[in-house]
Structure formats: C-alpha cells, structure tokens
Design a protein around this ligand. Sequence first.
Ligand SMILES: [Zn+2]
Length: 279
Amino acid sequence: MEPFQLRADIAVPAFSLVPWEREFPCLVAGMSARDGESIKDPDRTNYAFHVGGQRERVLQNRKRLADQLGVPFSCWTAGEQVHGVRIREVTAEDRGRGRDGTDSAFPETDGLFTGEKDVLLSSFYADCVPLLFFSPKAGLIGVAHAGWRGTVGRIGPRMVREFVGRGAEKADIRAAIAPSIGACCYEVDEKVANPVMETLKGSFDEVLQPSGKEKWKLDLKEVNRRLLLEEGLREDRITVTGWCTGCHPELFHSHRRDRGKTGRMVAFIGMGKGRWSHG
Ligand SMILES: [Zn+2]
C-alpha cells in the first residue's frame, strides 16, 4: 500500500504517512500537497520563505496546516536549508525557531531531530527527497532534506548516527522516504551520476539507468534507501513512497518540471503529548 495517502476530508491539501500515524497515535507525520489552483498561483500552497515574494501567505499557509493537524502553531520549527549535511538537535528552547522567517531558523541546517514533544519539525521540498525518522523506544523524531548533494553526503545515515548517539537502537529506527522526484522525471549528467556511483557500494544498476549520451535516469529515493540499509536499518522499517513530484502537477510543486517557478511543499513530523488527534 502507498504509505503517503492524500486526505480527502480536509481543507488544506496534504498527505498523511498513514502506517506511522496508525501505529503511533502520538505522531503527526506527512507532507503538504498542492492543488489545481496552485498551478496558476504557486504561493497558494507554498510553505517556504526562500521562494516567492509573499511572506504573509507563507505564514498563513503554515498556520492553516498546523490548525488542520491539530498542532499549536508555536510548535512549528525549521532550519535554513542549504543542500548541506548539518544536523541539529532541537531542544525545548528551540521550539518555534524558523517559524516566522529564516532569521530565526537554524542556520545552514538540513537535518533536525528532537526528543521533545510538541515540536513540529518541518522542511521544504520541490523534488528533493524528504527523509522522516522515528524511534518509538528512544522517543526521537527527525527530518532530513536529501537532494542529490545531501544524499551523497549521507545525510540519512548521519541522522541514524545522531539517533544512536542519543540511545536509539538501529533495529528500532523507522525511516520514511516521502514524495519526491522519481527516476521517470530525473535525468542527470555525470556531475551528479559520478558522485552517486562513488557513494554506493556494489551495483548501481537499479539507481542509474543510461538514458542518452552521458545521461542517466536517477532514482534518488532508492539511493537513500540503499544508504539507510548499509547503515544498518532493517529493511522492513524503511517505507518508500511511490509518488513522483514530477509526474503530478496537480499534487506537487516540482522545481525541475516548473523550471524553478514554483512553491515548496513541507514535510513534517511531530510528537504530541497524546492530545494531537487527527483521525
Ligand atoms: Zn515522474
């Protein structure tokens, strides 16, 4: 079954990470979507300050989504994404950083994790791979932004190590690979293909398919899955979406398809104190 299900019963278009939310009612996890009207008006479903010009609309969109999730807006927390591999732990004092603008966001930070309840970790996407993490026993959640640079920089395995450093067992760590660009829509040249080949152990036949002279179709979700397996995560603990952001203009912003003129979805995860209910 597709783990990311578009919810039909809601005002703000969004996907829920259904298997995690079912098994762990304390969690909210998922990703925003766009809708038909956003094709003409990308700001309508844009959640990131660094694109578009309309700060007020970003704030409004974030507030509406938080309301829908049943999460106080004060919990919304974000980093300043730079296609790097820096990961920061979010403490109770950090709650709300990056909520109202990039000035307060964790600088140059593409991964966030926390053991705190009532923190909604958020990060922003239009094709790059969102990685969500959860260790129920250790009570840790995380989100990491994995474009090709973050992927070959091993931001996924780095997050696993952060979790282990805070007492999580690898066998307990769940990872979910959220909607992002599929191999169908992601042709790359050697500038990207070479570092991917250098990063993966063993065969890369499943992730890079030749598609022309020095061109390849790249399955970046599969690269991330393979790296998490190499790091020691259990195969049955890694959930991968089938959604491709490039294939569905009615559901997703896509930087590549829309030639840069697009908004950003938000991928999010938070643990409540039992009162976040959204079933
Ligand atoms: Zn596609």
